[in-house]
Design a binder for this molecule. Structure first.
Ligand SMILES: Nc1ncnc2c1ncn2[C@@H]1O[C@H](COP(=O)(O)OP(=O)(O)OP(=O)(O)O)[C@@H](O)[C@H]1O
Ligand SMILES: [Mg+2]
Length: 210
């Protein structure tokens, strides 16, 4: 059977990496084969694109250049890594996917949610996640969680940039009410994990009944 494709979304510091680790451990305990990957990146071409995107020296990058670099890295990631794993029956958990382009470049950079939404099928080769966890958090709280970290180019943006991203994620929740699960990302890592775990039980039940 084809593997499940699970994605995590949310602003920087919302707790994606923390919860992905928990989900992976949970699924491995249950006997599933799981691989983790992240955007932009996940392939050697993608990792090179990632370096261009996160380099603070590239502060003059045009928003559309940024968008197309993310889309280019996604095509490679999807064709070279995600689809082959799913076909081998492996569950793939990705830290970000096309929803992040809609939120960051569409909302944050002002290109427009609808404009980036139109490019979805090119970048993803038509692949949709089986389920997406959107970790929703107040940008001020997310920033407090990250105070000790060195900020890269994207993280150094102002809070209103993150507010626009959050608004774009809220639009996506309305466009994809079945696929995207809204997860309150406040509270302890245990609190957040309990909210995610409830959906995971349903996911495999739904699949067995199909
Ligand atoms: N529920 C939580 N409560 C408090 N701190 C948390 C919680 N979840 C994660 N953290 C801490 O907050 C910081 C950010 O979490 P994490 O790295 O998981 O977020 P992220 O969404 O992956 O961020 P990024 O998008 O920058 O990769 C980390 O130092 C992590 O240990
Ligand atoms: Mg992370």
């Amino acid at each position: 059977m084809r593997g499940l494709f699970i994605t995590f979304e949310g602003i920087d510091g919302s707790g994606k990496s923390t919860q992905i680790g928990r989900l992976r451990d949970h699924l491995v305990d249950k006997g599933y084969k799981v691989v983790l990957t992240r955007e932009p990146g996940g392939t050697s071409i993608g990792e090179k694109i990632r370096k261009l995107l996160l380099d603070r020296e590239n502060s003059g990058m045009h928003p559309l250049t940024e968008l197309f670099l993310y889309l280019a890295s996604r095509v490679q990631h999807t064709s070279e890594f995600i689809i082959p794993h799913l076909e081998q029956g492996v569950t793939v958990i990705s830290d970000r996917f096309h929803d992040s382009s809609v939120a960051y470049q569409g909302g944050g950079r002002g290109i427009g949610v609808e404009a980036v939404e139109k490019l979805r099928n090119f970048a993803t080769l038509g692949l949709e996640p089986d389920i997406t966890f959107y970790l929703d958090i107040d940008p001020t709280l997310a920033r407090e969680r990250m105070v000790s970290r060195m900020f890269d180019r994207l993280e150094a943006e102002k809070l209103d940039f993150y507010q626009r991203i959050r608004n774009a994620y809220n639009k996506l929740l309305r466009i994809y009410p079945n696929r995207i699960k809204l997860i309150d990302a406040s509270g302890t890592p245990d609190d957040v994990w309990k909210r995610i775990e409830r959906h995971i039980e349903h996911l495999w039940k739904d699949r067995r009944s199909r």
